[in-house]
Design a protein around this ligand. Structure first.
Ligand code: GLY
Length: 251
């Protein structure tokens, strides 16, 4: 649905198709590899950060399709999948407040989605972020607002709230990977530390649909690192106490 909305709005995004049958999805993935692309396999439904497999080999794409469409490991969330061309570049996230027909983007953050050092693990919802992002210029943010933010907002007149745009920059051009209508996690933990006067007033204005007041962006830096239970993003133990100092006995 989101990919169709992006196409209708003319938003730059990777070529893709949606499938609910393994054979057709596998044929399409194979054809994309034959044409020299990798693919990302994405569950159409919400899957708590477990629904995306970024595949540089056909074998891993087939495994992801089998897990979702044949073994139904993600349940209904994976009953339909999107197979999209893998974009290779650098990611950044743009959080934009929208109210009263205007929008204002907060300082950008870069999310790192793969588990383990060196990006060697599976994709997650996000293992850490930082802000600012030195390779994202003001011009790139402007282009992103023009090509990714403004067109989708024009397609949903009257929307107010937060628009999260997840971007992949390829050869200097931003491509939309995803939108969310919420703040990003863990982007927000880095971004809010860089906001000064006006942020609370802006949130209040958004809640009321009033014009956005100016928000001061601070000249500082922030980093967020996620600690995750062993096994994440698959099955993992929950409820482990988090404490400063030695862990309680038996944990
Ligand atoms: N960190 C990505 C997200 O919040 O969707």
């Amino acid at each position: 649905w989101a990919k169709e909305a992006m196409a209708r709005a003319g938003v730059p995004t990777a070529a893709s198709r949606a499938f609910d049958q393994f054979a057709a999805a596998a044929d399409y993935a194979r054809s994309r590899f034959n044409e020299g692309h990798g693919v990302a396999v994405k569950a159409s439904g919400a899957a708590l950060g477990k629904g995306v497999a970024v595949c540089s080999e056909l074998e891993s794409a087939m495994e992801a399709l089998e897990r979702m469409l044949v073994h139904r490991e993600l349940g209904e969330a994976g009953a339909e999948v999107v197979v999209e061309d893998r974009l290779v570049g650098q990611e950044f996230s743009l959080l934009t407040l929208v109210s009263d027909g205007r929008f204002f983007s907060l300082p950008v953050a870069q999310d790192h989605k793969r588990l383990l050092d060196g990006d060697e693990g599976p994709n997650t919802g996000g293992m850490g972020t930082f802000s600012p992002v030195d390779w994202v210029s003001e011009e790139l943010v402007q282009t992103t607002e023009d090509q990714v933010v403004a067109p989708i907002l024009a397609a949903v007149p009257g929307y107010r709230g937060v628009l999260f745009s997840g971007l992949m920059v390829v050869d200097g051009r931003p491509f939309c990977l995803q939108y969310n209508v919420r703040f990003g996690d863990p982007e927000t933990q880095s971004v809010v530390r860089r906001l000064g006067a006006g942020f609370a007033e802006a949130l209040s204005a958004v809640a009321q649909g009033a014009p956005l007041p100016p928000i001061v962006a601070l000249d500082n830096c922030a980093v967020t690192v996620v600690m995750a239970s062993a096994g994440s993003p698959g099955s993992y133990t929950k409820g482990i106490p988090i404490a400063v100092g030695p862990l309680p006995e038996g944990v």
